[in-house]
Design a protein around this ligand. Structure first.
Ligand SMILES: NC(=O)c1ccc[n+]([C@@H]2O[C@H](COP(=O)([O-])OP(=O)(O)OC[C@H]3O[C@@H](n4cnc5c(N)ncnc54)[C@H](OP(=O)(O)O)[C@@H]3O)[C@@H](O)[C@H]2O)c1
Length: 308
C-alpha cells in the first residue's frame, strides 16, 4: 500500500490554514462546496498525513527552529501559509513584515531544498500596481504599492524555481476576521455600510482555495499560479451582495470613492488587481463564481463555533 503523502502546513490557525486542514482530512470546511474538486478527485481516506503548525508551535522567523522542524518532520510537501497579513499595520512595521513574508519564506524554501520537500508558498494580488487595466496573468510585471505587497513579492523572489507560488486575492473564510463578516454583522443589526466602488479585484473563498491547494499538493507543478474565485468585483458589490442575501434592500450599501475614506488607509491598494486564473483553469478547472463563494460564507456563518 502506498504511504500517505506527508504535508506540513504553516499558518494552520489562519483562515486558509483551518480550511486546508479540513480538506486534507477529507472534510468539507464551513463555507465549503462539497462538489468542487479541481482535479475531479475527492480526498481519499489516509491519502495525507498532515502536520499543521501555528505560530505558537513554530515561529517561522526562527531560522534554526524552522530547519530543525522541517528536518524532523521530513514532509513531502510544505504548504507555507504563515504570513504577516495586516496590510495597513505593515506600513509602520516593515522590518517585522519583511522578516515574516520575505526572509522566513526564503528559510522555508531552503529547508524544503535541504529535505527534498516541495514548497507551495502563497502570495498576493497586491504584488501588482493595478495600472494594467485588465486582469493580471502570471507573467505580468510586479510593482507593489504597499509594504505588505513588497514583502510578499520579495518572498516570491527568494523562492527557488522549482517551488510553486500561488497568488490569490481578497481571501475570506467562515472562520477568521474578514470583511464579509463585518458586512454581515451590520446587515443583521439594521445598520448601513459605505464601501469603495473604485477598487476592483477577485474575492476568494478560503475553502475553494483550500481545494485548489490540495490539487497542487498532489501535482507539485512548480512555477507561479493565480488561484481565485471566478469573476471580478468591487468591495461595494460584495457589500451589496451580502446585504441582499440577508434580506436588506438597495439602501443598505452606499458606493464611495477611495479618496472619501476617513481616515485614509495607511497602505495604498491597487485600483484593479483581479487575477486571470486561466492557467489553473486550463489544467484543472475554474473555481466557483465569487457570488457563490460569498453566499456559502454568509449562510454557513451562523454555524461558526466562535461567533463573537
Ligand atoms: N487574507 C487575504 O485577503 C489574502 C490575500 C492574498 C494572499 N493572502 C495570503 O494567503 C496566506 C494565508 O492568509 P490567511 O488569510 O489565512 O491569513 P491569516 O488568517 O492572517 O493567517 C496567517 C497566519 O500566519 C500566522 N503567522 C504570522 N506570523 C507568524 C510567524 N512569525 N510564525 C508563524 N506563524 C505566523 C498567523 O498567526 P497569528 O494569528 O498568531 O499572527 C496566522 O495564523 C498568506 O500567505 C497571505 O499573505 C491572503
Amino acid at each position: 500500500m502506498e504511504r500517505p503523502l506527508r504535508v506540513l502546513v504553516t499558518g494552520s490557525a489562519g483562515q486558509v490554514g483551518l480550511d486546508l486542514l479540513d480538506v486534507l482530512a477529507g472534510l468539507t470546511p464551513l463555507g465549503g462546496d462539497e462538489t468542487f474538486q479541481p482535479d475531479g478527485r475527492p480526498v481519499g481516506r489516509d491519502e495525507f498525513e498532515v502536520l499543521g503548525l501555528t505560530r505558537h508551535e513554530l515561529d517561522i522567523t526562527d531560522h534554526d527552529a524552522v530547519l530543525r522542524c522541517v528536518e524532523a518532520v521530513h514532509p513531502d510537501v510544505i504548504v507555507h501559509l504563515a504570513a504577516y497579513t495586516a496590510v495597513d499595520r505593515a506600513e509602520g512595521d516593515s522590518l517585522s513584515c519583511f522578516a515574516v513574508n520575505a526572509t522566513a519564506t526564503e528559510t522555508m524554501s531552503f529547508a524544503a531544498m535541504e529535505t527534498g520537500a516541495h514548497l507551495i508558498s502563497i502570495s498576493t494580488d497586491y504584488v501588482f500596481d493595478g495600472e494594467k487595466g485588465a486582469a493580471y496573468v502570471e507573467d505580468d510585471a510586479a510593482n507593489p504599492l504597499s509594504v505588505y505587497g513588497a514583502s510578499k513579492f520579495a518572498g516570491e523572489l527568494l523562492c527557488r524555481e522549482e517551488d510553486t507560488i500561488v497568488r490569490t486575492s481578497w481571501v475570506m473564510g467562515v472562520r477568521g476576521k474578514n470583511v464579509v463578516h463585518v458586512i454581515a454583522e451590520r446587515a443583521l443589526s439594521g445598520a448601513t455600510v459605505r464601501f469603495v466602488s473604485d477598487q476592483t479585484g477577485t474575492v476568494t473563498a478560503a475553502s475553494d482555495l483550500a481545494r485548489a491547494l490540495v490539487t497542487l499538493v498532489r501535482e507539485r507543478p512548480g512555477g507561479t499560479w493565480h488561484v481565485a474565485n471566478t469573476g471580478t468585483t468591487t468591495w461595494f458589490d460584495v457589500a451589496a451582495h451580502v446585504g441582499a442575501l440577508l434580506g436588506r434592500g438597495d439602501d443598505f450599501a452606499t458606493a464611495i470613492a477611495t479618496a472619501q475614506l476617513d481616515p485614509a488607509p495607511l497602505a495604498t491598494r491597487p485600483t484593479r488587481s483581479d487575477l486571470a486564473t486561466t492557467k489553473f483553469a486550463h489544467r484543472w478547472s475554474h473555481l466557483p463564481e465569487w457570488r457563490d463563494g460569498v453566499e456559502r460564507l454568509v449562510l454557513d456563518r451562523a454555524r461558526r463555533p466562535d461567533r463573537s
